[in-house]
Design a protein. Structure first.
Length: 315
């Protein structure tokens, strides 16, 4: 799989939808992952030999939060204070602190211990597969990166005969893995040929490589991130090597390169070339780039993507 995630390029008209699909195909991608693809996009993708997948995230729609407030994740009271403090802090705090992910995420997330949450996601899968060639899960994790503290999750941990910290880690990991298995099976029951992938986000702090055990066709693991400071060549290679070495049988590892186009965070074409080459080497020919903003805005970036992907295909 050579996939492009995109939510940056315009899609206000049918023409722009067609242009987006054709642009991804022209660069050498065989998979395009977007929010709410249309029949037109899927049809053009098929003409170009490209699958179009829908992004499905772990944040419920407002109708669900209104009707099922007890089915949402709860964080520790201390973490509520952390979230409030960060909100009152300077803009760009995470970049200032050289954090590649926030310590606590705001907003609502499904609690994976709740049956209503899982049924809600299954309904969204069914709706997506009415149009798309597959699903790309994103944001299926914990707001605090390790656990939910709702009554149901606390009750499950209390029933375990083990120390509390061990129970917190075990329940959190088990919830992520069992949720992936259930949603994968449901998607395949709806459309057996659907492509099921993800982006491992947010990270699970007790076990940063847990994604190797998620039930998926392709599991994308981050090897280079959006924001400065840019990850060095050595770090990118180390991340790719580690995930490749630990990959299991539940899915195929795909390196994920995150790259925005905004001024100040756009990396050089040379840096992107290094990252793509490392990804293809350790991903056994698989790679995911997010987003298409930089190659669309910059002919130099576009040339790098096209050249690297075409060289790999020829080899």
């Amino acid at each position: 799989m050579k996939a492009a995630w995109d939510w940056a390029l315009p899609r206000e008209t049918v023409r722009e939808e067609r242009e987006l699909v054709n642009f991804a195909a022209d660069l050498g991608f065989d998979t395009l992952i977007v929010r709410r693809p249309t029949d037109e996009m899927v049809d053009v993708g098929h003409e170009r030999g490209l699958s179009v997948l829908q992004i499905l995230n772990g944040r419920p729609p407002s109708t669900f939060t209104d009707e099922h407030p007890t089915c949402l994740q709860e964080i520790h009271p201390v973490e509520e204070g952390i979230l409030a403090a960060i909100a009152d802090g300077p803009d760009g705090y995470h970049q200032l602190a050289h954090r590649w992910f926030p310590p606590v995420l705001g907003g609502d997330f499904y609690c994976f211990e709740q049956e209503e949450s899982l049924r809600s996601v299954e309904g969204r899968i069914e709706a997506a597969l009415d149009v798309a060639d597959g699903i790309a899960f994103d944001g299926f994790g914990f707001r605090n990166h390790y656990a939910c503290f709702c009554e149901a999750c606390e009750g499950r941990r209390e029933r375990l005969d083990m120390p509390r910290l061990e129970a917190i880690e075990k329940v959190g990991r088990d919830q992520l893995i069992s949720t992936s298995e259930r949603l994968y099976d449901h998607a395949k029951s709806v459309a057996p040929d659907a492509v099921i992938t993800n982006h491992v986000w947010p990270p699970f702090r007790p076990d940063p490589t847990y994604g190797r055990d998620l039930r998926l066709d392709y599991c994308t693991q981050t090897i280079a991130w959006f924001y400065r400071p840019n990850w060095s060549k050595d770090r990118v290679r180390d991340e790719a090597e580690r995930h490749a070495r630990l990959a299991g049988e539940a899915n195929t590892f795909v390196p994920f390169i995150g790259m925005h186009d905004e001024e100040g965070v756009r990396r050089s074409p040379g840096q992107l070339q290094i990252e793509l080459e490392i990804a293809l080497e350790y991903g056994d020919g698989h790679v995911t780039l997010c987003t298409l903003g930089a190659p669309h805005a910059s002919p130099d970036h576009a040339a790098v993507v096209s050249d690297v992907l075409s060289t790999e295909a020829a080899g």
